[in-house]
Design a protein around this ligand. Structure first.
Ligand SMILES: Cc1ncc(COP(=O)(O)O)c(C=O)c1O
Length: 343
């Protein structure tokens, strides 16, 4: 029997409309390296979502998007302020530091979020030749803990960053889920955060492969073609990434997918909340649920379901929903929990 996925939106397959879009552009040749009609059309669609000043470049993956975005913003003696739970800190094998040469300056995450209060200390040595110079604040929207910055929180961070000469980088691997939660459009979020460069996720929201690096400051975009190539993120057959974004951005597929994933997370949280021996540890806002549950239960469930043990010492797991999680899968999971707890 195939296991059911609550591990990650990366475990999910390709949305059928996206797969169809790949097939549809397969006939005949197309100009390589992004000079094709599909790439032009997809970048225009991104302008519609994010505003006319948005300049988008497609890359292969989220790590590549983050690394190249950071490289475009920094010099090697500069630094990026982020949380100690940020994907760039814990899950990119040190690539942002290795490839940009920049140190990451960490602040403790508060429900996954970076705060002004925690960031200020990193400004103490600005101008001191012995210290790295902070240049970027990087925040993840939604966060690695499935929480979502409010627009007010984003405005406060943006004001802090820009008034201290820092750029704002947003890791938007799950920006769609954040927009669905906030019931707003993508542009309202990037404008509130006054984002300089965004890593915009596609893979987690139904694509096979592909993310976009979106610049809101055209001076910063000038050298990006070269940075992307040097970092091996330039696809020769770009049309196949572009076509996926075209499908995702057409007819609000991005929003419907994210809304569905979030709704499934809400349903799962609601059901788990009724079970006494399970405690949810973070607000459930996007498509992730963190919960503490008995170790024996985790072992039993892992026979039939994919999910991650997040913190072994706390017996905390991460459950994640995606565009194709079904209500039936959730009810099945909850039923199995109840059975395991009573047997
Ligand atoms: C918040 C966040 N940013 C970036 C990424 C990077 O994605 P990739 O695995 O495609 O490099 C992930 C992947 O899980 C993520 O969760």
């Amino acid at each position: 029997m195939k296991k059911i996925n609550f591990a990650s939106d990366n475990y999910a397959g390709i949305h059928p409309e996206v797969l169809q879009a790949i097939i549809a552009v397969n006939d005949g040749p197309a100009i390589a390296y992004g000079n094709d009609e599909y790439t032009h059309a997809a970048t225009e669609q991104l302008k519609k979502q994010f505003g006319n000043n948005a300049e988008a470049f497609f890359v292969f993956n989220g790590t590549g998007a983050n690394v190249t975005a950071i490289c475009a913003l920094t010099k090697p003696y500069e630094a990026v302020i982020c949380t100690d739970k940020a994907h760039i800190q814990v899950d990119e094998c040190g690539a942002p530091e290795k490839l940009s040469g920049c140190k990451l300056l960490l602040v403790p995450a508060v429900q996954g979020k970076i705060t002004v209060e925690n960031s200020v200390k990193h400004l103490q040595r600005v101008g001191d030749q012995h210290a790295v110079q902070p240049r970027v604040i990087s925040l993840s929207q939604s966060t690695e803990y499935g929480t979502v910055y409010t627009l007010e929180e984003l405005r406060e961070l943006a004001h802090f960053a820009h008034s201290h000469g820092l750029y704002v980088h947003m890791d938007g691997a799950r920006l769609a889920n954040a927009a669905a939660h906030l019931q707003t459009d993508l542009k309202t979020i990037t404008e509130a955060a006054n984002v300089d460069v965004l890593s915009f996720g596609g893979t987690k929201n139904g694509l096979m492969i592909g993310e976009a690096v979106v610049f809101f400051n055209s001076a910063l975009a000038q050298s990006f073609l070269f940075i992307r190539k040097q970092h091996m993120q330039l696809a020769s057959k770009m049309r196949f990434i572009a076509a996926q974004f075209q499908a995702l951005l057409a007819n609000n597929l991005w929003l419907n997918n994210a809304r569905h994933a979030n709704a499934m997370a809400q349903l799962l949280a609601q059901e788990l909340g009724k079970i006494k021996s399970i405690r949810i540890t973070h607000p459930v806002e996007a498509n992730a649920i963190f919960a503490i549950m008995p170790k024996t239960l985790i072992e039993k469930l892992q026979e039939r379901y994919y999910f991650y043990v997040w913190d072994e010492s706390l017996s905390e797991v991460r459950l994640m929903t995606s565009f194709n999680t079904s209500e039936e899968e959730i009810h099945c999971f909850v039923r199995d929990i109840k059975t395991a707890l009573t047997s």
